[in-house]
Design a binder for this molecule. Structure first.
Ligand SMILES: Cc1cc2nc3c(=O)[nH]c(=O)nc-3n(C[C@H](O)[C@H](O)[C@H](O)COP(=O)(O)OP(=O)(O)OC[C@H]3O[C@@H](n4cnc5c(N)ncnc54)[C@H](O)[C@@H]3O)c2cc1C
Length: 77
């Protein structure tokens, strides 16, 4: 079966961002479009109620480094 040219993921939380990363990890080269309500890049929520409250970190952990999305955008036609 031919690979789809574009995969659309609804939700840019941990599940959506992880699905996008898994597609790239497995060699998918088509467009990956991730829709979410958030204005920020996906991050992991557990740190909000743990490390962040305890002062062990000053920012939540992103699901991917910022350049993951920059590389993805620059590779879009
Ligand atoms: C403060 C906090 C601490 C947590 N700590 C833990 C922990 O220690 N351990 C643990 O296992 N879990 C923890 N959780 C829960 C865990 O973070 C969630 O289970 C996880 O984020 C779920 O990820 P998700 O991608 O499935 O959903 P979500 O992160 O809820 O993402 C849903 C996505 O769907 C999008 N969306 C929803 N409706 C629409 C729509 N109609 N159209 C377009 N987009 C839409 C949203 O914008 C969002 O991007 C915590 C949660 C919070 C809030």
């Amino acid at each position: 079966m031919a690979e789809p040219q574009r995969i659309v993921i609804i939700g840019s939380g941990l599940a959506g961002a992880s699905a996008a990363g898994a597609l790239r990890d497995r060699g998918y080269t088509g467009d990956v479009v991730v829709f979410g309500r958030e204005a920020h890049q996906p991050y992991e929520l557990p740190a909000l109620s743990k490390e962040l409250l305890l002062g062990d970190t000053d920012s939540p952990h992103r699901v991917h480094d910022a350049d993951f999305y920059e590389r993805a955008e620059s590779s879009c036609g």
